[in-house]
Each structure stands twice: as structure tokens, then as C-alpha cells.
Design a binder for this molecule. Structure first.
Ligand SMILES: Cc1cc2nc3c(=O)[nH]c(=O)nc-3n(C[C@H](O)[C@H](O)[C@H](O)COP(=O)(O)O)c2cc1C
Length: 155
């Protein structure tokens, strides 16, 4: 299967999870799209999250044509996915009906459904939602990803 792992990471936690996901799916054809980090200070980031701003972003892949699955991840800012991932989702082409797994990283863990809602608004079919505390690679979450990929392959 052709899988795109797309993520935004500010301080490296989400990136560590994305790298673990890449290792886990090493038997698949995996491409990576890191959404280019913004250089804002903490105050601007908080404001950006609270005001639901859509900062300009760049990423290596912005079209899902030819991919079978999108694994998309972001940190949580003020209870929501960090704004750069919303900008990325907005730019992403050929989402309708594509299968996806979402993952988020936050200080306290949880917020499982926040990125899922955004992804579904783009027409993505979300198979699994994973939530991590910082960069702690919770085995149960990674196992759910693996199971989702296996379900995808059987269809
Ligand atoms: C502006 C901002 C707002 C945040 N808001 C929350 C929050 O509401 N809840 C939470 O648990 N963590 C919050 N965090 C912590 C991050 O979600 C957490 O550190 C995450 O692992 C960072 O991922 P990254 O290293 O990939 O950027 C916030 C961090 C920043 C910078």
C-alpha cells in the first residue's frame, strides 16, 4: 500500500511519533510530508490557536492522488490541533473518500477526536484515532494503527 505520513511538529514530539509510525510501516511504500514549522513565539501560537488562524505552510506532498492511506498527526494547542495542520488539510487535494488515521500529541494525552473532526470535514474516511502523551510511544495506540493498516489491506 502507498501511505503518506503527514505531520506538523514544533518541538519534536509529534515528529518522534511520526518516525515510530514510519518504522512500524516499513513493509509498506511510505512517503513523508513534514509541514514546515512556523517560527512564531509562544504568544502568537496561543493566539493563532484561539483565533483559529490558518498560517501559510509548506509541505512536500499536498495531493493524495495515488495514495491508499493518509496518516496525519499534529500537536494539540489550546485543546485543538495546531493551526499549521489545519492549513495543510485545507490545501490537501483528492481527499474525498480516502482512508486516514489521525494522531495527536499533547502534554496531558487525550484530545483523540480533535484532528479527526477536521479530517472528516475534508471528506477523509477516518479509520482510527490515536492519542499520545508527548512522545511516549504507547504500544496500544501503535497496535491500533497496525490493525487499521491490516484492515485496509484486506479490502
Ligand atoms: C501554544 C501551545 C498550546 C498548547 N496547548 C496544550 C493543551 O491545550 N493541552 C495539552 O495537553 N498540551 C498543550 N500543549 C503542549 C503540546 O501539545 C505538547 O507539548 C506536544 O507534545 C507538542 O508536540 P510537538 O513537540 O510535536 O510540537 C500546547 C503547546 C503549545 C506550544
Amino acid at each position: 500500500m502507498k501511505i503518506l505520513i503527514a505531520y506538523y511538529s514544533d518541538t519534536g514530539n509529534t515528529e518522534k511519533i511520526a518516525q515510530a509510525v514510519e518504522r512500524l510501516l516499513s513493509d509498506q511504500q511510505v512517503s513523508i510530508a513534514r509541514v514546515r514549522p512556523v517560527k512564531d513565539g509562544l504568544f502568537t501560537k496561543v493566539l493563532s490557536a484561539l483565533l483559529r488562524r490558518k498560517p501559510a505552510v509548506e509541505a512536500a506532498v499536498t495531493d493524495l492522488e495515488g495514495f491508499d492511506l493518509l496518516v496525519i498527526g499534529a500537536p494539540i494547542w489550546c485543546g485543538r490541533p495546531a493551526p499549521p495542520i489545519n492549513s495543510y488539510l485545507e490545501e490537501l487535494q483528492n481527499c474525498a473518500g480516502k482512508r486516514a488515521v489521525t494522531f495527536v500529541s499533547s502534554r496531558v494525552g487525550g484530545y483523540r477526536d480533535s484532528l479527526t473532526k477536521k479530517s472528516e470535514e475534508k471528506g477523509l474516511q477516518v479509520l482510527e484515532t490515536l492519542a499520545f502523551e508527548k512522545a511516549i510511544l504507547e504500544e496500544a495506540e501503535l497496535a491500533r494503527l497496525k490493525e487499521a493498516v491490516e484492515r485496509c489491506q484486506q479490502k
